[in-house]
Write a protein that binds this ligand. Structure first.
Ligand SMILES: Cc1ncc(COP(=O)(O)O)c(C=O)c1O
Length: 377
């Protein structure tokens, strides 16, 4: 398959870049003894799981279909967490998960009998401290519903569960800040943790970021594990797939209203939703900081403020030209939607030997089926 002939929009996952991240994950595991489970909420393109599997221990999930997918397509340990289980959900996943993590003591009390003897029982705790850039993504935000607050904890609960999960980081690139959180947790919950088999520190630890001190992180996790006699877990999503994938788009028009806007055949609202939700502009591979030609890279959706970014280029952009929106794997493919009836990006993987493999392709029938399968009689 020749890259130049692929129809945009499409995602291109680069195997070599993925392996680079996975090698760092392997190093972290070797130093610390931590187990790593891939957070499927961030990335669940199972067509590349065969590349990831040899490096990680399993998957974690946020809903019943992710549990099924992790079990079927990844294997290893399958962690099942949900902010709110229905009884049907619990019955559906209890047989296929290794660990069932409840978000509240009330859900634990209501459903533990359906899990006991089948999976290890866990509870999410909210440490009340966090490292997250935006309030929207801060698990310790005011009135947070995510996990049990310390002042609501019934200490007896620790006599009848196997482990706990904390998740309080979002894109934390600062190892010292993470270690401070570990220390705070050890101090606040230590006597309870000593009774458990395992503790997960959740996701959001950006250990694949350039310059991250992986050894320092690894030694801190090891020390925590030894102090409390627990198996440690992390649940990385973004750290595993960061900087591995481009969303490739084509300029279909250039319009001008004070600024020039290059309209591309994709939209953040449909294909790269977090650009919009978190108001974090995307980056374009072809851009050059000091380029003389500035453009808004505009989406082809009808939403007025839907744009990828403002970027400078050395040469004027031309209709038909391809642009690579970099770092587009995390929380993108899992959030694709059909807004405006836009063509959904195909998904490809570039293997280390240069081969291009198609993982997914969507057409009008997929759009139509997502809206109704039957009409009123
Ligand atoms: C409980 C839990 N675990 C893991 C993750 C993955 O986080 P990240 O992709 O930032 O590593 C999240 C993200 O929201 C989460 O809520």
């Amino acid at each position: 398959m020749n890259k130049d002939q692929l129809k945009t929009p499409y995602f291109m996952i680069d195997e070599a870049k993925l392996i680079r991240n996975l090698e760092i994950a392997k190093q972290l595991k070797e130093i610390s003894g931590v187990k790593l489970v891939l957070a499927l909420k961030c990335f669940s393109t199972w067509g590349v799981f065969d590349i990831i599997k040899p490096y990680l221990d399993g998957t974690t999930s946020s809903g019943p279909f992710e549990v099924k997918l992790g079990y079927e397509k990844f294997g290893g340990e399958t962690h099942a967490y949900s902010v709110g289980y229905s009884e049907d959900d619990v019955r559906e996943v209890a047989d296929i998960c290794d660990k069932m993590i409840f978000n509240s003591q009330s859900q634990l009390a209501a459903y533990r009998h359906l899990v006991e003897g089948k999976a290890s029982l866990g509870l999410r705790l909210n440490p009340g401290v966090s490292y997250a850039g935006q309030d929207l993504a801060n698990p310790a935000r005011k009135f947070s519903r995510l996990g049990v607050q310390v002042d609501h904890l019934n200490p007896e609960v620790f006599d009848s569960i196997n482990g706990v999960m904390f998740h309080m980081n979002c894109e934390n690139k600062d190892v010292d800040a993470f270690i401070n959180l570990l220390d705070a947790i050890s101090e606040q919950f230590g006597e309870y943790l000593n009774k458990l088999d395992w503790v997960s520190m959740g996701g959001g630890v950006f250990f694949t970021w350039p310059g991250y001190d992986v050894e320092k992180l690894g030694l801190a996790l090891k020390a925590f594990s030894e102090k409390h006699g627990v198996q440690m877990y992390l649940e990385p999503g973004e750290a595993i797939i960061t900087k591995t994938t481009d969303l490739v788009v084509t300029v279909v028009d250039v319009v001008e209203n004070v600024m020039k806007t290059a309209i591309v055949d994709s939209a953040t609202e449909a294909h790269r939703l977090d650009t919009l939700i978190y108001n974090e502009p995307a980056s374009v591979l072809e851009a050059s900081e000091n380029g003389e030609h500035q453009y808004v890279i505009g989406s082809c959706s009808c939403l007025a403020g839907d744009q990828f970014c403002v970027a400078n280029f050395d040469k004027p952009l031309e209709i038909g030209q391809k642009l690579h929106i970099i770092d587009s794997a995390g929380y993108t493919m899992v959030k694709l939607n059909w807004f405006n009836g836009l063509k959904m990006p195909s998904v490809y993987c570039e293997r280390t030997n240069g081969d291009i493999e198609k993982l997914n392709e969507f057409g009008y029938d997929d759009f139509k089926r997502s809206l109704s399968q039957w009409s009123v009689s």
